[in-house]
Design a protein around this ligand. Sequence first.
Ligand code: ZN
Length: 162
Amino acid sequence: MSDIVEKDTVTTVHYTGTFPNGEVFDSSEGDSPLAFLVGHGNMIAGFEKEMMGATVGEKREFTLTPDDAYGQRDEDAVQQMDRSQFPEGMELEVGMTMGAHSEQGPIQFSVSAIDGDEVTIDFNHQMAGKTLCFSVEVVEIRPATAEEVTHGHAHGPGGHHH
Ligand code: ZN
């Protein structure tokens, strides 16, 4: 048995994420807790670092700067496109996210502004540049199976299903 959150455990948590102004951006409250394999990049690095060594039932609250979360915004990742470059008939709306293919693989971007035929798109992660506050309670900790470690993610309830 693993008693603490450490690499190669599957840790199950209830969590609430808020911005510094108190606005909730994500929460498992009222939903199933989240299970994740620790030490395999399933969670943002700062989140795992803050949870290392926690025990079942322990609650931790912490604040992550953008560098410990989704990174700083890159203004070069904001581009102007013409509406005609999007598929015909596609409804464009500010705030919508879309996927595209690049040489580096699939990427996501969001529409940040529409001015006539000029569409501003943003390849930054939507959480880039943001300071994130988390309140986390550890629900369960178990050793990962060899298969989970090989796959690099948690299986079973709250985890990744195959
Ligand atoms: Zn798997």
